[in-house]
Ligand binder design. Structure first.
Ligand SMILES: [Cu+2]
Length: 323
């Protein structure tokens, strides 16, 4: 048995030494899966869109009448635009700054009057400065810092109140300097490319509004198959976990007993998502060397500290180009 496994691993390690294929980047939703050679640079642009509707507590979906709070979140959408750079300082160390802009919309129904109010917010996201260090052929260690450039003072109109502080899910940053940690494994075997990434966001402090977002952990594993030198479809599973909020927003006047989104205890979650994606590499013509990619995410398991909004799907579109 062990002999067979070792033979198998040995064969895989032989194939794995092949040079990277044209479509060998990880699925577009995975960041920091590769490093660059010294002096090499890369630009990327991603758009991520997420749709949520309805509420859930634990693993059960809730109807409006299933929970006591008067305000009933109905729908929410979120969009992020991310511009990323990569630069190889040495063959082992790559720096990766990332700048983003995001917008959110939410529809909330008053359970008594049935009036639906819409709120929206948009601002810069938190800027992320990350270093990727290639430990071995297959392992990359990531350490980064998230800078609180995203707005956590977004206001809007809700239930007749104008210019009121919007609840936590509608804010666009953490308000704190957070450290970003990840370890990524990736390898090739023949036409296959596979890997896994463990990722942790550690929030060290309370922000100036009086609260601290929950720490986040995720573990993602993917398998991609190179059908042709310009196309590789991929499948990815991701488990993600997020803690509830500590403290509270001192300027949030909406009561948690009126609106579940205003509760610091309705923010944590345990979720498993499945992602279907494709990477495309333009291999000729004027656009040669440009990569395009997409990934569609569907939740398989959602266990939420609730009532909290549940996710329907997410879509990520991306472009990458080595300079
Ligand atoms: Cu790159």
């Amino acid at each position: 048995m062990f002999k067979k496994i070792f033979t198998f691993l040995f064969l895989i390690s032989l194939i794995s030494t092949h040079a990277a294929k044209s479509t060998s980047h990880a699925p577009i939703g995975v960041m920091g899966d590769h490093v660059h050679k010294k002096g090499e640079a890369m630009l990327s642009f991603r758009v991520m869109h997420m749709e949520m509707s309805g509420m859930r507590a634990g693993t059960n979906s809730l109807k409006d009448s299933d929970y006591s709070q008067m305000m009933k979140p109905q729908e929410m959408s979120m969009r992020m635009y991310m511009l990323g750079g990569m630069y190889g300082v040495t063959d082992n160390l790559t720096l990766m700054p990332m700048l983003g802009f995001q917008s959110k919309e939410m529809k909330m129904k008053n359970g008594m009057t049935k009036v639906v109010s819409e709120m929206e917010s948009s601002s810069l996201s938190d800027i992320k400065l990350t270093g990727l260090y290639k430990l071995t052929e297959h392992f990359i260690f990531k350490l980064g810092i998230s800078i609180p450039t995203g707005s956590i003072e977004e206001t809007g109109t809700m239930n007749g109140m104008t210019n009121t502080r919007l609840p936590y899910p509608m804010q666009n940053g953490s308000g704190t300097y957070d450290s970003l940690w990840a370890m990524t494994y990736s390898a090739h075997a023949g036409q296959f490319n596979y890997g896994a990434q463990a990722d942790y966001i550690w929030r060290h402090d309370y922000n100036d509004q009086g609260y601290r977002l929950g720490n986040e952990f995720s573990f993602s594993s993917w398998l991609a198959y190179q059908v042709t030198n310009w196309w590789s479809p991929s499948l990815r599973a991701k488990y993600s976990w997020r803690n509830n909020i500590k403290g509270r927003d001192n300027n949030l006047t909406i009561m948690p007993t009126m609106n579940p989104a205003a509760s610091t205890q309705n923010q944590g979650r345990n979720v498993i998502d499945l992602y279907f994606g494709s990477n495309f590499m333009i291999t000729g013509g004027a656009l040669k060397g440009n990569r395009f990619a997409f990934e569609v995410g569907l939740p398989i398991v959602q266990n939420l500290h609730g009532p909290q909004m549940e996710t329907d799907y997410s879509v990520t579109l991306g472009w990458q180009k080595s300079l």
